[in-house]
Design a protein around this ligand. Sequence first.
Ligand code: PEP
Ligand code: MG
Length: 579
Amino acid sequence: MLVLHGTGVSSGIAIGKAYVLHRERPEVPEYALPENLIEGEIRRFTAAIDSARSQLESIRDHIPKSAPPEISSIIDTHLLILHDKMICEAPVDTIRKKRCNAEWALKTQSDELSAVFEQMDDPYLRSKKTDVGQVVDRILRNLLVSNDEEHEQITDALDGQIVVANDLTPADIVLLKHTRIAAFVTNLGGPISHTAILARSLEIPAIVAVHNATRAIRSGEQLIVDGKLGVLIVLPEPGVVAEYQHRQKRIVQLKRELETIKASRSETRDGCAIKLYANIELPDDIKAANKVAAEGIGLYRTEFLFMNRPDLPDEEEQYRAYAKVVKAIPGKPVTIRTLDLGADKRIDSNSRGGETITVNPALGLRAVRLCLHDTSLFRPQLRAILRTSALGQVRIMIPMLSSLGEMFRVLDLIEETKAELTRQGQPFDPETQIGGMIEVPAAAVSADLFAPHLDFFSIGTNDLIQYTLAIDRVDEAVNYLYDPLHPSVLRLISMTIRAGKSAGIPVAMCGEMAGDVRYTRLLLGLGLDEFSMHPSALLEIKRIVRESDLTELGRFAEDVLNARHTGELHALVDKMNER
Ligand code: PEP
Ligand code: MG
């Protein structure tokens, strides 16, 4: 038995036989060509590109209707890459200039592109290197292997098997979708790699970044995949299989049970209504939110509309995106967070999004600071959000507030925008609620000063923990220090909740802590009344809410806050969770 660890990117447990896909990049030969063969070589290259195009188009045409929309957009991205001059024209110049074979010309071009992607700071853009590599591999295979059908044949008899690969192409995933594979394991990838995104939307357990998985595992070997913890067990002992089978059954049973409370109220045993909202990144995510009957959107991360593109969305484009969300969840609040760009969330467009390389980007010109620094970025967004307020219940949320001055400047800008819209006869809701994210310790400590001027608070624990404990949230080396139960974090959360309550405004939480079942009872005990999270967590949190008694949890939470050392604190939280 061998236990390997990777990054769990799609939760669930799978037990099955491995199917190892060995599809390393083909060996690329290099040879010189005499002048008279150059034009023929260029035709061979063009034919390989044409074949790649028809292969991709054919895959796109065969995407099952039930497949998530991301699949076809990824295939479209591959088609765009294929048409890019860097891929379909630059190698032709190389063939002419260097008089080399087509494969070599393509390989040198692809190596150069790879190096450029490697230097990009933005992890999302860096991950695009994989797409370019996958397109190049396809062309190379067309050049090197005649009638290479291996790629399209991998779907045979894979039902119930666990696919282990160096990496999977979106095309692979389209094909795999026809079968009922049990899980994915890949050597490469990260939480935002395609494999991860697609696995989550297909609801298949998946682990990425299991180094050397394809070497350590042989086809036919039994595997256990725990997609939540990122644990991969190779050739498990019978007792371990039995244990995981039991856990698997529990998960299926739990899912079924959770479905039954979808329509039930989110209310504690002692009759307190707790709002459960969904976090979304893109308008399409609203489907997942509706599927679990979220009571609204507690965090719409609008910066995703600005990322991964060379230009900026104008007011109209933003209006359309926000309107799509508001209309898709009628009658329920949609909390639109103003731009939270900067630090790890960078945009391509020159001159914006904290383009200067700073020593501590998380402490730099990001989020509301950037918006106030560059109001030409902020004003169109405020106009778009306010215009959307005419269509439904829209709330504006300001990220990363750290001083009262910033808050007042934003409130003034909102008033100015309202006046402008009124002058122009554009409809909007004058009562649109404005809330602040409490994610900087300074704001939590002085929450009582912010509260009288805002309509709600939302605690962003991802940043609050990063700033309180001085741990960069994207630095793996300090991950181990990340601790939502650190007394300082709990005190800041409690202070924020109390300040909100005494000012009579609701306090929500939209960081990852809100969707983690280990903390639900404690947060309820601390008085949190709104939770916003990834839709997949919502029903489980609802179940806990429905089983909770706030008076009892309040007493426990008080003890947790008064605990004198970590051991005592953890024991109290465990005790709360046993109830
Ligand atoms: C947070 O910081 O907790 C939060 C919800 O915002 P983001 O993760 O987008 O920074
Ligand atoms: Mg944040």
